[in-house]
Structures are given as structure tokens and as C-alpha cells.
Design a protein around this ligand. Structure first.
Ligand SMILES: [Zn+2]
Length: 370
């Protein structure tokens, strides 16, 4: 369907958008920098509104009788918050989202104060001071601290740091030695955010048989909060949740449902949502027609914005499409750019197929329904 179209997305501009989004700080409740990039990308694409938690909603109008198709992506990334400041100038912190202690010690972070970003490191005890029993244990986050090089609480106050300030991982977006592989923080879910922005920009000319509403939802990582409030504005008839899903091509993991380079993942199930079966089928058919290889996922753990969206109002047929990335919820995820491009192609083709009759068919539950 894309053949012969003028593409307004070059690989270079897509990679630059991914870099900017990945490096932007956006822990739950403090997504401002990410929201700013999204608004800048979509300002001339559709009409922009916000819910009262800070989610951004961009509507690209289509035919008046067309269904409302939501492309959801969450803006936030896993981060932390200053819990208290010790007399010796160390910051205790709480996690915002799911972290594992193994990936934290010795890492760089930025504390987001009202006056700006202040760098720190998560302190770790050198092996010289650890007994054998301590070496074999994972440290609890409550026992960790952030060190800014200070020795007193006054020095911390002078830096403008206060209890409640958000904290984000500090990590550069970089190309790896294998072509097309990039590493960086917050790939979950800036890949989804970039997809949402680029698909909306491509649909701007409005020949799609529906109204497309791009959503940048806040606070997913702390319990899928913005996706729920954004629905009051987006009022979806059908929803596609754009995510960065955990790749499982790791030592000892079988079966594999999310391999780097294997293409977009269609998530059929996780404990928070079951994708609409007909919408899953439509996504598979669309992928086949578009020549996009997909990976099917039935997940024992995890969750996405689909949790809130599919349960909104009288129910919303929803499917989750994910770009797989290794090592998410750490400072350095790895993604393959061609998976991103393939997912974008699939989302565009799927949106173009979601006309009134296709969407109505997703929720026809009378006896005569096929
Ligand atoms: Zn996510």
C-alpha cells in the first residue's frame, strides 16, 4: 500500500527522533520533556488536547461516519523519586516502575530539580569491603542511595534538590557495532511514542477511512494511569497499543516470542488484557499482505496501557503491537531499527483497513456473527 507514496519519514530523521526521545527525561509524573517533543512533532499534524494528568491527545480527522481509532503510546519511562536526604548528603529513593537491583549499582542518574538536572551515581560498595555472603545477594532498592559527591545535607540543599524530585537513568543513545542495532534508555516506550508520531504524520493527508487519535499517555509504569484518563477525550472505538516489548532471545529462555530482528510482536495475552481475537487476526492478515514478518506473544507477566483502554466504557477492541528490545527497564536496552520500520509499516497498513465495517465487525457478538 505504500508503493509510490512520497515518504515523509527518512531513516535519518526517524533515528534522530528516536535519539531525542530516548535521551529525554520522562519518569512517571514528570513527562514534560517527552511531551514537548511529541507536541512539537504533532503541532501541524492534528488538533492537540491534554487530559488533566498530562497525557497528550492528537486528533487527525477523517470521515464523520468513520470509527475513532486510537494509537496509544505511553510517554513515561521507569525512574525513581528522592525519598529522603541523609545528614551525610546521600539520597534515598523509591522506584517509579519495575526495577531489579542487579541493574542499578554504579549507574549514572539525573535528579530533575526545579532549577535543572543534577547528575549523581547510585553508590555501590567495592568488592574489597564485601563478605562472601553479601557478594552473592541482590541488594534491595531501600538499601541503595544516590551519591552526588556531597558530604552534608546542606550541600544537597544548595544544589536545589528536594524530597520528591524525580530521578531518571542517564544513558546515551548509541549505534552498536551490528548494523541497525541501537542502545539506549527508555526504549520502553519511546519506540511506541515515535511510532505514534510518525504514523500520525504520515496519515495527516487524511485519506484513511477513520479518525485517528494519537495518545501519549502518562504514568503507565506506575499503574496505567494516563491511558485511562486519556480515553475520556480520545473516546476510542478501537485501539492499537504501541509498545516496546521485552525481547526474550536471552540465554536459557524458551520458547522465544520476541527475537531482535524478528519483526513486530503481536501480544495476544498478558495478565492485564486479552487482545480482541478478530483484531489480532486482522493484524496478522495485514502483516502478511504487507510482507511484514510478525511474532506472536502470550505473556505470563507484564502489562500495558491495553489494561485501561480495553476496559473503557462498554469495552474497546484492542491489540498490542510491540517492537522487541533486549534489556528494557535498565540503562541500556538494545533494539533493531528494522523492527521499528516494520512495525510502522504494519501500523499504517492496519489503520488504513480499520473502516466502519471492519471496526463494527470486531464487536458483533450476536448469534449470526461469523
Ligand atoms: Zn512500556
Amino acid at each position: 500500500m505504500l508503493a509510490g507514496r512520497r515518504r515523509n519519514m527518512s531513516d535519518t530523521s526517524s533515528k534522530e527522533l528516536l535519539r531525542r526521545l530516548s535521551e529525554a527525561p520522562g519518569p512517571p509524573g514528570a513527562e514534560d520533556a517527552v511531551r514537548r517533543i511529541v507536541v512539537e512533532q504533532l503541532r501541524d499534524v492534528g488538533s492537540i488536547r491534554h487530559d488533566r494528568l498530562g497525557s497528550v491527545i492528537c486528533e487527525v480527522a477523517g470521515p464523520t461516519d468513520g470509527p475513532r481509532v486510537v494509537l496509544d503510546s505511553h510517554l513515561d519511562e521507569v525512574g525513581f523519586m528522592v525519598q529522603s536526604i541523609s545528614g551525610e548528603g546521600r539520597l534515598a529513593f523509591v522506584p517509579l516502575g519495575g526495577w531489579w537491583g542487579h541493574v542499578l549499582l554504579g549507574q549514572r542518574v539525573n535528579v530533575l530539580t526545579e532549577a535543572g538536572s543534577v547528575p549523581g551515581v547510585i553508590g555501590c560498595t567495592p568488592p574489597h569491603f564485601l563478605g562472601p555472603d553479601q557478594k552473592s545477594k541482590v541488594l534491595e532498592l531501600e538499601q541503595m542511595y544516590i551519591d552526588l559527591g556531597a558530604s552534608t545535607a546542606d550541600e544537597i540543599a544548595a544544589l536545589g534538590i528536594r524530597v520528591g524530585d524525580p530521578i531518571v537513568p542517564c544513558s546515551e543513545f548509541r549505534e552498536m557495532p551490528i548494523e541497525g542495532v541501537f542502545s539506549g534508555k527508555a526504549l520502553d516506550n519511546r519506540l511506541g511514542v515515535a511510532l505514534m508520531c510518525e504514523v500520525l504524520a504520515e496519515l495527516k493527508r487524511g485519506e484513511q477511512p477513520n479518525t485517528v487519535i494519537g495518545v501519549g499517555a502518562v504514568q503507565e509504569e506506575v499503574g496505567v494511569r494516563g491511558a485511562a484518563t486519556a480515553c475520556e477525550i480520545s473516546r476510542p472505538d478501537v485501539a492499537v497499543v504501541l509498545e516496546c516489548t521485552p525481547a526474550d532471545d536471552l540465554p536459557g529462555q524458551t520458547p522465544r516470542q520476541g527475537v531482535l530482528g524478528g519483526g513486530p510482536q503481536i501480544r495476544i495475552f498478558d495478565p492485564t488484557a486479552i487482545s480482541n481475537r478478530r483484531l489480532v487476526r486482522l493484524a496478522q492478515e495485514t502483516a502478511e499482505e504487507a510482507g511484514v514478518a510478525v511474532q506472536l506473544a502470550v505473556r505470563r507477566g507484564g502489562g500495558t496501557d491495553a489494561k485501561a483502554i480495553h476496559g473503557w466504557g462498554r469495552g474497546v477492541p484492542t491489540v498490542v503491537l510491540g517492537v522487541p528490545a533486549r534489556y528494557i527497564h535498565s540503562h541500556v536496552g538494545l533494539m533493531q531499527f528494522r523492527d521499528y520500520v516494520a512495525t510502522r509499516k504494519l501500523v499504517l497498513a492496519l489503520v488504513r483497513r480499520l473502516d466502519a465495517s471492519a471496526v463494527e465487525g470486531l464487536t458483533r457478538f450476536d448469534e449470526s456473527a461469523g
